[in-house]
Design a protein around this ligand. Structure first.
Ligand SMILES: [Zn+2]
Length: 166
């Protein structure tokens, strides 16, 4: 990502950023210290990179396809999923599921993990559509997937800073 900074005397406080193809155009006040501006630019870069990644990921319909296949295999096609998509701003969890809206978000961090682990993460979140808590019933559902224990071990080892999600 190339960065172009335009400093303007008329600007007093606000810094704006626009992404034009691969050029990050920054408008900043003339007197803003470079060090502060650099920090802000890193923030903008991160935000735009995440947006880009998310767009790319969503373009691949495979998340929806996988969820549909799992719905058929493990849930008798009974789950009504409103939406399932990748989230790039989810750093502490592998997935989350809103029980009421039936919207599932999956961390982009699992994209590069083996398929059997991704399946587990999806099944876990999908099972929350039936049971919002990590109850005995919940785990009975999830454990229909035979690789559940292995996948949980994998995820635990993959990251100590991330939780499985709720
Ligand atoms: Zn959970």
């Amino acid at each position: 990502m190339e960065v172009k900074i335009i400093r303007s005397r008329r600007r007093r406080h606000s810094v704006s950023a626009r992404l034009i193809n691969d050029l990050l155009l920054i408008n900043a006040p003339l007197m803003l210290p470079q060090e502060r501006l650099d920090k802000m630019i890193s923030g903008f870069k991160l935000k735009f990179e995440r947006q880009k990644l998310k767009t790319e990921l969503d373009k691949e319909k495979n998340l929806w396809d996988l969820a549909s296949a799992l719905n058929a295999k493990y849930f008798d096609d009974k789950l009504k999923i409103e939406s399932i998509e990748y989230a790039t701003n989810q750093n502490s969890r592998f997935g989350c599921c809103n029980y009421r809206t039936a919207k599932i978000r999956i961390s982009h961090k699992i994209v590069l993990m083996p398929k059997w682990v991704r399946k587990y993460v999806l099944i876990h979140e999908m099972a929350h559509l039936i049971e919002p808590n990590h109850s005995r019933v919940f785990w009975d559902i999830v454990c229909r997937y035979k690789l559940t224990e292995r996948a949980r071990g994998y995820l635990m080892a993959a990251s100590t800073s991330m939780k499985e999600g709720d």
